[in-house]
Design a protein around this ligand. Sequence first.
Ligand code: PLP
Length: 390
Amino acid sequence: MFDFSTPIDRHGTWCTQWDYVADRFGAADLLPFTISDMDFATAPCIIDAVSQRLQHGVFGYSRWKNDEFLGAIAHWFATRFNSAIDKESIVYGPSVIYMVSEMIRQWSAPGDGIVVHTPAYDAFYKAIEGNDRQIVAVPLSKTTEGWSCDMSRLEQVLAQPQNRILLLCSPHNPTGKVWTREELATMAALCEKHDVKVISDEIHMDMAWGNHRHTPWCEVARGPWSLFTSGSKSFNIPAFTGAYGLIGDETSRLGYLNTLKGRDGLSSPSVPALVAHIAAYRDGAPWLDALRAYLQDNLTYIAQELNQAFPALEWQPPESTYLAWIDLNPLGIDDRALQKALIEQQKVAIMPGYTYGEEGNGFVRLNAGCPRVKLEQGVQRLIAAIRSLS
Ligand SMILES: Cc1ncc(COP(=O)(O)O)c(C=O)c1O
């Protein structure tokens, strides 16, 4: 019903993934598997809805607090996560990271500690340090059952009074870990006990695979909390700009909204983003489910090829996300040498794991959100680069 296999040329669309690959990798002619957007066109229902809105022709200042937008979000949480959300708690923002950054400012002071599970999405480090807060890392460890958080170590950190916020990534980028309801409930209890507020970034919520189920933070929340997300990742529409979230308590919500409107002048939303979210959340489920099946096949392909070439890797597809977080440590490959081989010999851009903190040393993160023909080239070139070094 939907075509994810035919490549679409993105060159010349000002896209970061292809047109600006040289900014990160130093060379322009690379096949890119980098930042998390996909090479697919968005859902036809979104293209139809946005095209129709464009036909209206008038694009004046607008409001996000309307029944269609809030109702579509509530519908999505009810139908995808079996979660009944309070529409009054919904807030809009131009991007998830803007919202995370603003809540860090609302809920902490310069010098305070913000707790993150590491490795971590690189923008988390930038948002924390850019706000003059301290990164407090709680490393995840790799086990045969997947990635695991040592809750007693987490509690030691949460118990320190200068650590004011847990910035959670749920599901977790880059490891793909889907937090179980029990793990989330444990963290909620620990945060309440030690008076730590929670910011939960759930932008990858629609991409949990197999038996892994995403549980929104609002299902387990106990103390002050906020949850930020967007359809931008799942429906591949970050170019529209637009995100939303839930802020549990009214005082914090008003604080956030006053800043959005007053200090930052950002409360008039991107109307294409609103229209796209309403279409996605009302009519986009069949497209998303077809995409999810395609992405899971892509991840299975990576596992087959990598494990055949290097049985020592025993690489398993992630629990969620279209980002393959690949541990090359069993092969003893030098990260910088691998990047050099990937870029200079293989002409391919794959994120080095150290982008996500020191726990990422020896890993690469390969974005599998693309047609299979492109993925095949990326995986074969990765294999060739590794072979050239071993
Ligand atoms: C965990 C996480 N949060 C946020 C973002 C970016 O979201 P936005 O562009 O809405 O700030 C990404 C994109 O890669 C992400 O992986």
